[in-house]
Design a protein around this ligand. Structure first.
Ligand code: DX5
Ligand code: ZN
Length: 220
């Protein structure tokens, strides 16, 4: 079985010590940097934008997984490629022409991801799953870190895994929101490949060790 991945969410980092926190992730057993971009329109919060991502890219030495929580993401695909994004996820709910958006992301040399809000059924991806490199299953309503995990996520992961197998797709399943050592193993056993963890990592006493433990649980 392929290695299960851990992606610390920089939204929960200490922005006053951003370089320090990036180096912590660089030197940890984490696999990816998860970067949340919010526009205050698609979600009721604004996180950070291009100059901050530029700084993160400059120091980060692992895959940069960007999660766009913005309306009309097509406007910025090229910009995010130039800023060093390796994976670019757009929200299903924010795309009128999802298939076109996915092609545009790939044309810029990035992996194409689709994020689904907790209310959005997996079956909306039936006709695009073979074009999607990663599905980000939101296990909280997007907009804020530190929220509690929505249990129905397990049903969605199960359905998504079935869809991927049925269609012969190679899509990765990422879980985003409220991930801890308590639900990590069950999520992986249900079909998840990548676990995003923000508060659980950055609010812990020993961050590298928390990442190490999560990675060990995910691969146990
Ligand atoms: C929520 C973001 C998440 C968030 C996860 O809108 O997409 O990536 O940073 O944070 P935790 O792990 O604290 O729920
Ligand atoms: Zn996210």
């Amino acid at each position: 079985m392929s290695t299960k991945l851990i992606a610390p969410s920089i939204l929960a980092a200490d922005f006053g010590n951003l370089q320090r926190d990036i180096e912590m992730v660089n030197n940890s057993e984490a696999d990816w940097f998860h970067i949340d971009i919010m526009d205050g329109v698609f979600v009721p919060n604004i996180s950070f934008g291009m100059p901050v991502l530029k700084t993160i890219s400059k120091h980060a030495n692992k895959t940069i997984d960007v999660h766009l929580m913005i309306v009309d993401p097509d406007r910025y695909i090229k910009t995010f490629a130039e800023l060093g994004s390796n994976i670019l996820s757009v929200h299903y709910e924010a795309c009128t022409h999802l298939h076109r958006t996915l092609q545009a992301i790939k044309a810029e040399g990035m992996k194409a991801g689709v994020a689904l809000n907790p209310h959005t059924n997996i079956n909306v991806l039936e006709d695009t799953i073979n074009d999607i490199d990663l599905v980000c299953v939101m296990s909280v309503n997007p907009g804020f870190g530190g929220q509690s995990f929505i249990e129905n996520t397990f049903n969605k992961v199960k359905q998504l895994k079935e869809l991927i197998i049925k269609k012969g797709a190679s899509t990765l399943i990422e879980i985003d929101g409220g991930v801890t050592n308590k639900n990590a193993k069950a999520l992986i056993d249900t079909g998840a490949d990548v676990l995003v963890a923000g508060s659980y990592v950055f609010k812990s006493e020993d961050q590298p060790n928390t990442i190490k433990d999560l990675k060990a649980i995910a691969n146990s």
